[in-house]
Ligand binder design. Structure first.
Ligand code: ADP
Ligand code: MG
Length: 413
């Protein structure tokens, strides 16, 4: 990779503000970039890190703008810098069997596989979300994302994770990202074994393609995440007092991110809310510099999966242009699928637009799931019934608000 001038060298993996310089560079280079519009590869769903600059993400090499001599970074370079790398690392070496003790597959999605192992140093479980990118073959029936399409998820994950340390708007409700890496090569055999075990141990098997389809040229993005527990669909509550805390923690987390980043999650179904038992009595947020302490009632919420999310980062709108994904709006049979259509109506098919009512729509879906879908061990108790009644009241009133932060403002906490 050619040497980059000083300004670009500012970009290294760090907490807040990392991509600051990159996006400034991109912004100042729009004029030059338009020349290369035709060279960009397209895929079915196009993620926009903001419409104007995304057109030159397909370039392999940086281009020097004659006027200012500032470099335009390709999406590939920005991703690698976020990963703190010069080039993709060998998959087999970075994630060899000896480095991943007790590794097993724990989940899957259309875009990738999720494994968990115990870090030998800290003894903490680490979750690996592995997403193949840049290849031309379909994976699980979908085109692979390009660097420019995965960039949005990388930036959003890192920035939201970094909010645990923020002064004015703080939350630890978004999944804690330890590292993001870019690796290359065929799937390590021990991960293939675990993949097969997962498939063979489930009556329904796996919906995903066997990882043997990937050859030595395959590139992947790996998100290394802290374990957030079980998703809401799988979690078994003791009673609905726990569910009330789940609802409030989710609302507060969204509200804080709305204020800080104009964040909208846009896909907060019950597979994307994780719950873990906790012995901490309360969970702390900073909202408009005010400290808010919520009782956990014994459960801690972690929000994951920003593949459809929107936020503003350093003046640039990061979002996925869902208008191009007609399939997303066609499913029926669960309230989840209505939410995609309701979101589309609300943003009038312009997904760049900030419309935090979409967060409220998802909160409405979540409270509905907590009332009608979630599982409870002690559902006959008075405590449970009274908490369910309160949740029903929230459900009735929720859509009168404008956003998660508007709702949180109304709470006496
Ligand atoms: N940090 C995590 N802790 C525990 N489980 C996780 C974590 N991240 C993902 N998972 C599990 O993997 C599943 C898929 O991950 P997700 O990020 O939602 O991927 P996708 O974009 O494919 O839906 C989740 O529903 C969850 O069960
Ligand atoms: Mg998901």
């Amino acid at each position: 990779m050619p040497e980059l001038p000083k300004k670009a060298a500012l970009l290294e993996q760090s907490d807040e503000g990392t991509l600051h310089a990159a996006l400034s560079i991109l912004d100042s280079s729009i004029k030059c970039a338009t020349t290369f519009q035709d060279q960009r590869k397209t895929s079915q769903r196009q993620t926009s890190v903001f419409e104007r600059s995304s057109i030159f993400y397909g370039l392999q090499e940086p281009v020097i703008d004659d006027d200012s001599s500032t470099p335009i970074l390709s999406a590939c370079q920005i991703v690698l810098r976020r990963c703190g790398q010069q080039e993709p690392l060998p998959f087999n070496e970075v994630y060899s069997e000896s480095l991943l003790p007790n590794c097993c597959k724990i989940g899957e999605g259309v875009y990738g596989e999720v494994f968990m192992y115990k870090c030998p140093k800290t003894h903490q479980p680490i979750v690996l979300k592995i997403i193949p990118i840049e290849g031309n073959q379909l994976v699980n029936g979908e085109p692979q994302k390009r660097y420019d399409e995965i960039l949005q998820e990388i930036i959003i994950s890192m920035e939201l994770s970094g909010m645990r340390n923020n002064k004015d708007y703080a939350t630890n409700g978004f999944v804690n990202v330890q590292r993001v890496l870019c690796v290359k090569g065929a799937y390590p055999l021990h991960l293939v074994d675990e993949w097969e075990l997962y498939r063979d141990n489930r009556p329904e098997g796996s919906d995903n393609d066997h990882p043997e389809i990937f050859d030595h040229n395959q590139i992947y993005i790996v998100f290394e995440l802290c374990n957030g527990g079980k998703d809401l669909e799988a979690f078994v509550f003791n009673n609905a007092a726990e569910a009330q805390s789940v609802f409030l923690q989710t609302a507060l987390t969204l509200a804080v991110a709305e204020r800080k980043f104009e964040f909208e999650h846009r896909d907060l179904h019950w597979g994307n809310i994780l719950i873990a038992p906790t012995t901490n009595k309360s969970v702390e947020f900073r909202f408009d510099s005010k400290v808010v302490k919520l009782p956990t009632n014994g459960v801690k919420v972690t929000i994951i999966d920003y593949s459809l999310s929107r936020m503003v980062y350093d003046g640039a709108v990061l979002y996925d242009n869902l208008a191009r994904d007609e399939e997303l709006f066609q499913s029926t049979g669960d309230y989840q699928f209505d939410i995609y259509r309701l979101m589309r109506d609300r943003v009038e098919n312009n997904f760049e637009r900030y419309e935090p009512f979409t967060n409220l729509l998802w909160l409405h879906y979540i409270v509905d799931k907590l009332i009608n879908g979630a599982r409870y061990r002690y559902s006959k108790t008075k405590k449970h019934r009274s908490a369910v009644n309160e949740l029903m009241q929230e459900r009735d009133e929720l859509l009168n608000f404008l956003s998660a932060s508007d709702y949180v403002d109304s709470l006496e906490i």
